[in-house]
Design a protein around this ligand. Structure first.
Ligand code: ADP
Ligand code: GN1
Ligand code: MG
Length: 356
């Protein structure tokens, strides 16, 4: 791996060593020393089949955001990702084996959190993602590649799950009967948002689509939002995807892979803090139907993510990076525990949304 990095770094005119960094499930991330420091990432090409399309999206979006940030008097080098080009001016490079790497400036004096210690900190991520969506409201959506088709099409995720179950490639299906039943008993709600997009009752917007708390950098002292990162999945989508996915991760009382399920609940204080801050950040652009579906979005995206973890478990852990044998199953179980808890709290969540 080190030898590999050396040949990559040569293409950037750099001679240094990378240290593995961060807790992402998809790409291999390294931090590089220097002034300024850099982030080097191997793009996971089994997830992102067309890395050139990914980088075209990332370059277009970051250039657009830079412009807006500059006009607003901000610092584009800190408030959005900056792609560092190779010596010959390309936004990414390749190894002879076909691995694809790209480099970003490291966002200094900022933290990426796996857990918000208080609702106020979680609300900062809502401000960041809300502002991000607002800044991209007029971005020409048709110019973006759909880098992972049907990424948040929950109905299609259910189809992929059924396929994995049918194949049972590694013989795990018999051991996860309760989880399989949980999915099948929730099959009726998976189409609600995709159907709404198809019939025009839910607007298609340019969305981030991977709004985990650790995909936003917060000021290390004040926790004010600094920069939204992990832009690989920026694509046309629904505002509900960004809200639901952020809530699934950030409003849980436990880690995504917690094995003690008694620690996992959906925290309404965090929900309220997020909703209030997100609605303030997006302003009037949200439609009545989107507002109405905010509580449901948390349920849907949590269910979807649980289905994805379970599908990957059935497939033999080929998609998400795992650190222990049943990691994807543990992750799936926290998601389903959250779904069950959200179901009980939907009315209270409606009442909270009505307050803002
Ligand atoms: P993945 O798709 O694997 O989640 P990310 O782009 O989210 O990859 O990067 C993984 C982690 O690396 C992030 O959660 C964050 O902690 C860190 N990171 C990524 N880019 C930067 C950056 N430009 N500055 C500082 N930290 C970064
Ligand atoms: C992945 O890349 P990362 O770790 O930020 C995944 C998300 C999931 C998330 C679950 C491209 O996010 O969709 O919600 O794991 N990203 C991709 O933690 O599949
Ligand atoms: Mg990430």
């Amino acid at each position: 791996m080190k030898k590999d990095l050396n040949s990559i770094l040569k293409q950037y005119g750099m001679d240094t060593e990378g240290t593995p960094f961060g807790n992402g499930h998809i790409n291999d991330t390294y931090i590089l020393p220097g002034e300024p420091r850099k982030i080097l990432q191997r793009i996971n090409t089994s997830v992102f089949r067309d890395p050139n399309a990914v980088m075209e999206n990332v370059c277009a979006v970051t250039a657009y955001l830079s412009d807006i940030i500059r006009k607003e008097g901000g610092d584009p080098m800190r408030e959005t990702l900056t792609v560092v080009p190779t010596l010959d001016g390309r936004p990414y490079c390749m190894t002879p084996e076909g691995d694809v790497y790209r480099m970003y400036l490291f966002i200094e004096n900022a933290v990426s959190l796996d857990r918000a210690d208080d609702p106020e900190t979680f609300a900062m991520s809502a401000r960041a993602f809300g502002k991000f969506q607002k800044q991209l409201a007029d971005f020409p959506a048709h110019t973006l590649h759909e880098v992972i088709p049907n990424f948040h099409n929950t109905a299609d995720r259910l189809r992929q799950f059924r396929e994995a179950l049918e194949k049972d490639a590694v013989g795990r299906a018999a051991s996860v009967k309760p989880e399989i039943d949980f999915v099948l008993s929730h099959a009726d709600c998976v189409s609600r948002v995709v159907d709404g997009i198809a019939d025009g009752s839910i607007p298609l917007r340019v969305t981030h689509n991977d709004t985990k708390l650790n995909n936003v950098m917060l000021d290390e002292v004040t926790h004010e939002p600094v920069c939204v990162i992990d832009l690989d999945t920026v694509m046309p989508g629904s505002l509900l995807y960004d809200v639901g996915d952020a809530l699934r991760f950030g409003a849980s009382t436990g880690d995504e892979d917690e094995t003690d399920l008694s620690k996992i609940e959906f925290d309404l204080t965090y929900f309220e803090a997020f909703i209030k801050a997100f609605l303030e950040a997006v302003g009037d652009s949200i439609t009545a139907r989107e507002r109405e579906l905010l509580p449901f979005s948390a349920l849907l995206l949590t269910l979807e993510c649980g289905i994805r973890f379970l599908t990957d478990y059935l497939n033999g852990d080929t998609y998400f990076r795992i650190h222990r044998e049943h990691h994807n199953l543990d992750r799936c179980r926290t998601q389903f525990k959250l779904v069950a808890d959200i179901e009980k709290k939907l009315e209270e969540m409606d009442a909270i949304v009505a307050k803002y």
